[in-house]
Design a protein around this ligand. Structure first.
Ligand code: ATP
Ligand code: MG
Length: 435
């Protein structure tokens, strides 16, 4: 097809584990590029293993397939996210597409200039100044000097490192380094922009700025490949997401579908927990958590909960001393880690200063149906004394809220929104049009 700009065909990458060499500087990258061009005549770099059809193979050492038979195509203008747990192979894939690392087998065909922002440390020479690195990166992208000069001020302004532009980048903080690297990658007008985890560094405002810039790059019709662990950003920015696991593609499809499946797998449900005595029980000298569960109002833990189902959260704890007045609280988090709500028993003015006997307490909190959207949720549990939290159990329970077919009226796709309340509507015909 004509508009395919990345065509990855059965890419595999085998690494030899042990004290290997990583690419840290532009010099390493260039050395690698040069050595990869003359690979047929020269020995392989120490951390790489020869392609299957090669006769050269470094001896010894444990080997690991960082990528295995990865095939996909990206069309011009697509914004594609790459997700997967640590070590899944995401960065390796971007490095192969950026020609920084050679695949053991398979190949990637790239149409157009690919600008990449990889891990901190790659792409810049630490001995060179910010200014020199901008020109060097532009040159690597195949730009003429006057083209780089034209974009230079914009790059520096975006990066907010004006004061340090003539200082060697080894004196930059990792945040400053990333700011400049992102500005370079995004402003040098590559046809394809490949960005690895830019959100991991930099403060919140710069992260927003980067996301905005990537959105702009995407809107100008350029192709973006984006690696991140931030699922909210993934869903916001990408049309399509590829999920990698142990070097293989698990799923490739619409962002919201793939992200949701990935999160469900990484957060398996845990709808009931009992902390037996003697086990590592969440406890202080005053309170000991005993049990927590989430279940449909008319069912038991493990029964399905849909967007329509009212459910109950139960918390049991032992108050260990007489004359305390303890009270529970819970916080519900959605897949993106946003707090959906926090709840505690309503304030009882008559309970002020009350003293309760020691013993086992069970609290139940009823959550109405038609409130939550479908997705995976986590519950944090807390015990307060005199308005102060004395016991905290984050991620105590994990549960899924499923979609209910009857609410969809034949419509498909993810129902967007942080919550999904069933609200009252009324309709009246105010005036009949005279036609
Ligand atoms: N130069 C190297 N030498 C040896 N092994 C390597 C090298 N680079 C990566 N690996 C291994 O390859 C696997 C994939 O690594 P990669 O960096 O691609 O993962 P990732 O998906 O980017 O993870 P993260 O989310 O932590 O950034 C890992 O097991 C890693 O240890
Ligand atoms: Mg990585």
């Amino acid at each position: 097809m004509n508009d395919v700009v990345i065509d990855a065909q059965r890419i595999s990458k085998l690494y030899r584990l042990g004290p290997g060499r990583r690419h840290n500087t532009l010099r390493d990258l260039l050395a690698e590029k040069v050595s990869s061009r003359v690979r047929s005549r020269k020995a392989l770099s120490p951390d790489e293993v020869a392609p299957d059809n090669s006769t050269k193979r470094p001896a010894g050492g444990e080997q690991l397939w960082a990528l295995r038979d990865v095939s996909f195509q990206v069309r011009h203008g697509e914004v594609v996210g790459l997700i997967g747990s640590n070590g899944a192979g995401k960065s390796t894939l971007l490095k192969i597409l950026s020609r920084i690392v050679e695949p053991t087998s398979g190949h990637a065909r790239i149409r157009g200039k690919l600008g990449s922002l990889l891990e901190v440390g790659t792409g810049f020479d630490p001995e060179l100044t910010g200014r020199e690195n901008v020109y060097l990166n532009g040159a690597i992208l195949g730009m003429k000097r006057h083209e780089i000069r034209r974009r230079f001020d914009e790059i520096v302004e975006f990066s907010e490192v004006e004061r340090f532009i003539d200082v060697p980048v080894k004196r930059y903080s990792s945040g400053m380094h990333m700011r400049l690297a992102f500005a370079v990658a995004a402003h040098l007008e590559p046809d394809i922009l490949a960005v690895d985890e830019v959100l991991a560094v930099g403060d919140a405002s710069f992260q927003r700025k980067c996301l905005g810039k990537m959105g702009n790059v995407a809107q100008t019709g350029r192709t973006v490949l984006f690696v991140s662990h931030n699922m909210l950003a993934m869903e916001d920015l990408c049309d399509r997401v590829i999920w990698l696991k142990n070097g293989r593609i698990v799923e490739d499809g619409p962002a919201s579908t793939v992200v949701s499946r990935y999160l469900q797998e990484s957060l398996p449900p845990r709808t009931e927990r009992v902390w037996d005595e003697g086990q590592a029980q969440p406890a202080t000298g005053e309170v000991r958590l005993r049990r927590a569960c989430v279940r449909p109002v008319d069912g038991s833990s493990g029964d399905p909960i849909t967007v329509r189902t009212p459910f109950v959260v139960e918390v049991e704890y032992r108050s260990l001393r007489p004359n305390l007045h303890l009270s529970p609280a819970l916080a519900l988090y959605n897949e993106q880690g946003t707090i959906v709500f926090v709840s505690e028993p309503p304030f009882d003015p008559e309970g002020r200063g009350r003293q309760d006997p020691a013993g086992l307490y069970r609290h139940s909190c009823r959550v109405p149906g038609d409130l939550l959207n479908d997705g995976t949720y986590q519950l944090g549990l807390y015990v307060d004394k005199d308005g102060r939290t004395i016991l905290k159990q984050d991620e105590a329970l994990t549960f899924n809220v499923r979609d209910a077919v009857e609410t969809r009226h034949g419509r498909h796709g993810k129902w967007v929104g942080a919550v999904r309340p069933r609200l009252e509507w009324s309709t009246e015909l105010v005036e009949v049009a005279r036609l």
